[in-house]
Design a protein around this ligand. Structure first.
Ligand SMILES: Nc1ncnc2c1ncn2[C@@H]1O[C@H](COP(=O)(O)OP(=O)(O)OP(=O)(O)O)[C@@H](O)[C@H]1O
Length: 887
């Protein structure tokens, strides 16, 4: 949902009657565009007009008004600056973007500049947007937070997507075909997506925020320069050979980061090209229906990820989400991961040890992101210190182990080399420094003798002040005399009002400062001196600490790429150990990768359904599957609620897990690598995208038929049920035939159309299976067991009875059913006559689809008599362009 805060009526120019403040507000609002404008007023950020209404509604705070505009009160709301972060978090979550307008001079400076009435200058110093957050409070630790940009270059055939997670610096780019855009965006799931304002179509996949940016941001030439500056290199060649589209997409990210940070640094690692070929293609609809990392409702809990995630670090959790979202197709890479999980699965002691070490490590990746962005503090440096020290210890212990799995052995060097930085940070910082540097006190004693001396002076001064208090009590005889400190007066002497007279006397040595209801406050020359020493030493100490902080931050930032590499290794170990741990406690097995397209699973389970059943003490019934090139399409029938969908999905999930390099929920599993995975399960309404259920079903089915290869795996659940019986059956029939004859992929097809079972006689690689059920003493018992052969009947009425449909209605349905079945026997039923159909392949051959020829089509669409000369010339140019595009 993009933020929509329309500008006030005539925002381009303030009306003559506008106050200077409103004029300034409008100028800033004009620049903020559709972002909510946080306008700094003293200790508050204030919002006006529609911004105020939108923010007040989202934040549930009071909407008031300030002054008038055009005779009407100006709506206003405000949030305190010190707690602005939590309000920002809620606004961002609700889909808004926010522009922060700060005061950029002090009132004194304003006065010096423009006299006593001058307005303090304000400027937008930063934009807070979903994709560009680095604040810990605003981020979900266990999820990646990506900003993506979609660029199309030249002929629309080159599309590239760049994605950056600036909280960790990960920066990737992928070139895709236009039809892959949605799948790729669904994999990346960016929280903010940039598209050019000249793009004529937005991708169907909806980011939480889609932001249109100027066309110039997507220019590949400008992009190249921006990226070279960002990375401080003379050429991008060192990072890889990028296409123009890729450079344009990455450049758009760099331009946006410039825009939102207005100059602030961001942390991006050198971009990595993600080859579309090394990963399993999973389209957006399939991801959604399999609920890999989010449920259909958008929650992590209840997804595959939420169910199996046992990682102990936030970076591990983020990597596991990435792994599940993008399973591999490279056998060697999968085996590498599996070997590591296997080794950790076999050695529980080692696994536990590693996991407890990892658990103790802070999230160094995000701490580094904040430091690079200039928003880091002493606590972030301490997190780096602890994480990197931990990484080194881990490396040393791992290096001593014999038989390290190859992936781990190769990764070890990535954990080293931080010794000098860790030593420096260890000497410089106290054990647990504060998040914020403002109060000081984070640099350790003994690190800097000058700082120690300043602190000593301050301490001595405070001691002297304490001594003065005792001395004054004695001298005045007032036992309740106290020396206090506050922000306005600094150190002062305070006595109850009844004793004040003694100190008021001119010869007392005290100077009156303030009289309050019960107490009177004084100063004295000695106190003034001591306080001055304390204050001066304090100011100098703070400055010295700040200088150290800056230097240490620079030292850490200089090593950012090595630090990020170490974080990646730690995350990989965490993921493998977590998967091993889950596998062992749930009896999962290591999958075997075969060279031929097959899927042999014994005792397979659906991890999410199994976990849900376990909560209510129920047992999941494991099921087998065995697909090969001779028997690659299983038609699964059986009663509603019998477990068909569950069976289909569990096999898709087993494939995803196996190719992500994880163990799988089965007693044994063997599979040939899957290049593309498709799932069309259930007819969930997709009214949000403006298509009817049946339309969605057909669009997705069309995608499967167009793209599935013999290496693909497809699950189809009740295709055709969204339309009339005859249309549905006819479509289901021809889809099964096409999958069998043309796509030739492995496929599980669940259906209620009993008539489809006749296909088994005609299609030799198709076999019939059913989920078992029994009626016992009038009740339906669902066994959830998959068995060979077709279902004997559909049990629809028994399920209706089970669901509590009134007995009278079920009884009536039984009468109707008996009539229908009698009719079926007489006429041959729904599928009567299908036996005479020619085979699918033969039918296809008889109606070859005319080869597409856009030039011919365009020419056919032109009526020369109806064209003016100018239009005829345009038409000629169009034809030339079509020809050029085709080459
Ligand atoms: N193997 C199993 N073991 C135990 N319970 C199961 C199993 N499979 C499914 N179930 C239970 O049965 C319920 C229904 O399963 P599922 O949705 O897969 O049935 P279905 O046959 O696809 O139904 P419909 O035809 O109505 O879509 C599940 O929510 C689960 O509680």
């Amino acid at each position: 949902m993009p933020a929509t805060a329309p500008k006030p009526a005539n925002s381009n120019a303030a009306p003559a009657a506008a106050t200077p403040m409103m004029a300034q507000y409008w100028a800033l609002k004009e620049r903020a565009g559709d972002c909510l404008l946080f306008y700094r007023m003293g200790d508050f950020f204030e919002l006006f007009f529609d911004d105020a209404k939108a923010a007040a509604a989202t934040l549930d705070i009071a909407l008031t008004s300030r002054g008038e505009h055009g005779g009407k009160p100006v709506p206003m709301c405000g949030v305190p600056v010190h707690s602005a972060e939590s309000y920002l978090a809620r606004l961002i979550k609700a889909g808004h973007r926010v522009a922060i307008a700060e005061q950029v001079e002090t009132p004194a400076q304003a006065k010096a500049r423009g006299g006593s009435k001058a307005l303090v200058a304000r400027d937008i110093v930063r934009y807070v947007t979903a994709g560009t957050l680095t604040e810990e409070a605003l981020l979900e630790g266990r999820s990646a937070n990506r900003l993506a940009a979609l660029a199309t270059v030249g002929s629309a055939n080159e599309v590239a997507i760049a994605a950056a997670d600036i909280s960790t610096g990960r920066f990737e780019v992928v070139a895709v075909r236009p039809e892959q855009v949605d799948a790729e965006l669904a994999r990346l799931a960016p929280s903010e997506l940039l598209v050019s304002e000249s793009a004529d179509r937005l991708p169907a996949w909806g980011a939480r925020q889609t932001v249109r940016r100027p066309q110039g941001d997507f220019s590949s030439n400008a992009g190249q320069k921006r990226l070279e500056t960002l990375f401080g290199v003379g050429t991008l060649d060192g990072f890889g050979a990028f296409t123009r589209g890729e450079v344009a997409a990455m450049g758009a990210i760099a331009a946006y980061l410039d825009h939102v940070g207005t100059g602030g640094a961001v942390f991006l690692q050198p971009p990595q090209r993600v080859p579309a070929s090394g990963r399993m293609a999973i389209d957006a609809a399939t991801r959604e229906s399999l609920e890999l990392v989010r449920t259909m409702a958008g929650a992590r809990d209840g997804s595959l990820l939420g169910t199996i995630d046992r990682t102990v670090t936030a970076a591990g959790a983020r990597l596991l989400a990435d792994d599940l979202a993008s399973p591999l197709t490279d056998k060697a890479a999968i085996l590498d991961r599996l070997d590591l999980v296997d080794a950790l699965a076999r050695d529980a002691l080692w696994r536990d040890e590693l996991r407890s070490e990892l658990r103790a490590l802070p999230d160094a990746g995000r701490a580094l992101g904040r430091l690079v962005a200039g928003r880091g503090g002493p606590r972030d440096l301490a997190q780096l210190r602890d994480a990197l020290a931990g990484a080194q210890l881990l490396r040393d212990r791992l290096a001593r182990r014999p038989d390290l799995p190859p992936l781990l052995a190769r990764s070890l060097p990535g954990l080293e080399g931080h010794g000098a930085l860790v030593d420096e940070l260890a000497r410089a910082l106290i054990e647990t420094p504060p998040v914020d540097a403002a109060q000081g006190g984070y640099i350790a004693e003994g690190y800097d003798p000058e700082l120690d001396a300043l602190r000593e002076t301050a301490r001595d001064g405070r001691k002297a002040i304490a001594a003065l208090e005792a001395h004054y009590r004695e001298r005045t005889g007032i036992a309740s005399l106290k020396i206090r400190h506050n922000g306005v007066l600094g150190y002062h002497v305070e006595v109850p009002a009844k004793h004040a007279d003694a100190l008021m006397a001119p010869e007392s040595g005290f100077t009156h400062r303030q009289t309050l209801a019960g107490v009177v406050r004084f100063n004295s020359p000695d106190l003034h001196d001591a306080a001055g020493r304390v204050m001066q030493a304090g100011v100098h100490a703070l400055a010295a600490e700040a200088a150290h902080l800056e230097r240490l931050t620079e030292a850490a930032v200089a090593r950012r790429e090595d630090i990020a590499a170490s974080c990646d290794v730690l995350a990989r170990i965490d993921v493998a150990a977590a998967l091993a741990d889950h596998a062992m406690s749930h009896n999962w097995c290591r999958p075997h990768l075969a060279d031929e397209p097959c899927l042999d699973v014994t005792g397979g389970r659906h991890p999410v359904v199994e976990a849900a059943l376990a909560k209510s003490g129920e047992r999941f019934v494991p099921n087998d599957v065995s697909l090969s090139s001779d028997d690659r399409l299983w038609l699964v029938t059986g009663p509603n609620m019998g477990g068909k969908s569950t069976f289909l999905r569990q096999n898709a999930l087993i494939i995803v897990l196996a190719q992500a390099g994880a163990f799988v929920p089965a007693a044994s599993a063997r599979l040939g690598l899957v290049d593309r995975l498709f799932s069309r399960v259930g007819a969930s309404d997709n009214l949000a995208r403006g298509r009817s259920t049946f339309m969605v079903e057909m669009v997705e089915t069309a995608a499967i038929l167009a793209q599935a290869t013999p290496q693909s795996f497809v699950i189809l659940d009740e295709v055709g049920r969204g339309t009339s019986t005859y249309d549905g059956l006819a479509l289901a029939w021809s889809v099964v035939e096409a999958v069998h004859e043309v796509n030739r992929c492995r496929c599980l097809f669940a259906t209620h159309y009993h008539e489809l079972t006749r296909l088994a006689e005609r299609l030799n690689a198709l076999s019939l299976h059913h989920v078992r059920a029994r009626e016992w003493q009038g009740d339906l018992v669902l066994l959830h067991e998959v068995a060979a052969g077709p279902a004997d009947r559909s049990y629809g009425l028994a399920v209706a009875r089970l669901a509590g449909v009134p007995a009278g209605v079920v009884k009536r349905a039984e009468t109707v059913l008996a009539k229908l079945e009698a009719g079926r026997e007489a006429t041959g039923g729904l599928a009567a006559g299908l036996d005479d159909l020619p085979l699918f392949a033969a039918a296809l051959a008889a109606t070859p689809e005319a080869a597409k020829d856009p030039l011919r089509d365009a020419l056919a669409g032109i009526d020369p008599d109806a064209l003016a000369p100018r239009e005829a010339l345009d038409a000629l140019y169009r034809l030339k362009q079509i020809m050029a595009d085709e080459r």
